[in-house]
Design a binder for this molecule. Sequence first.
Ligand code: HEM
Length: 194
Amino acid sequence: MIRPGARAWGAPQSRDMHGIIFNQLRGYALERLGEKGWETLLRQAGLPLRVYLAFQSYPDEEAEALVLAASKLTGMPVRALLEDFGESIAPSMMKIYRASIHPGWTILDVVINVERIHERVRRDSNVAQPRLECRRIDASSVHVTYSSPRKLCGMGIGFARGLARELGQRVEVHEHQCMYKGAPHCEFLVKQVA
Ligand code: HEM
């Protein structure tokens, strides 16, 4: 959990994040904070009123400011907010990137192929590859290791839950360790339960 004043993530130098995440944050703000939610969020983040284009990229610092502002406005801690955000945008992310998801895939196939999906995502925008290693443990679970100074583990876990629901399935996520609790990287198990 983030301490007041602490950074949600702290890339040693500025990177760029995919515009689609900013674009989806706008939808999320409207959904959670109401009609004026996006304007309120930008104001709280100290950013000018603007439109982010889905297939551009924008500085990490702006994403971080928006996430911290959303956490403040919703009263949700950053880690929980990221999960909620990931879960709620999963259906539209899946629609946009449907071509990268094989029609017969289960949620575990999606997770195991996540870096292939991200490879495709990267081609649309000039962003660096997320760092996830996914390993099949048994027929019903995949182990995920995630390391990135962005600390967006919550968003990934939310994606897994939301995408499972879109596929008519259900997962339970068991976290073994988390960067928010001082671990050097995050590890979690995605278990398909239905
Ligand atoms: C439809 C499937 C998915 C799509 C379209 C998608 C798309 C994206 C995009 C656009 C980003 C931002 C990339 C950047 O700006 O660097 C991202 C980041 C991320 N995704 Fe996915 N994703 C999908 C599924 C998943 C799943 C299933 C997981 C987890 C198991 C996951 C975990 C993450 C994480 C942790 C990040 C942050 C990476 C970082 O630290 O830079 N994604 N994803």
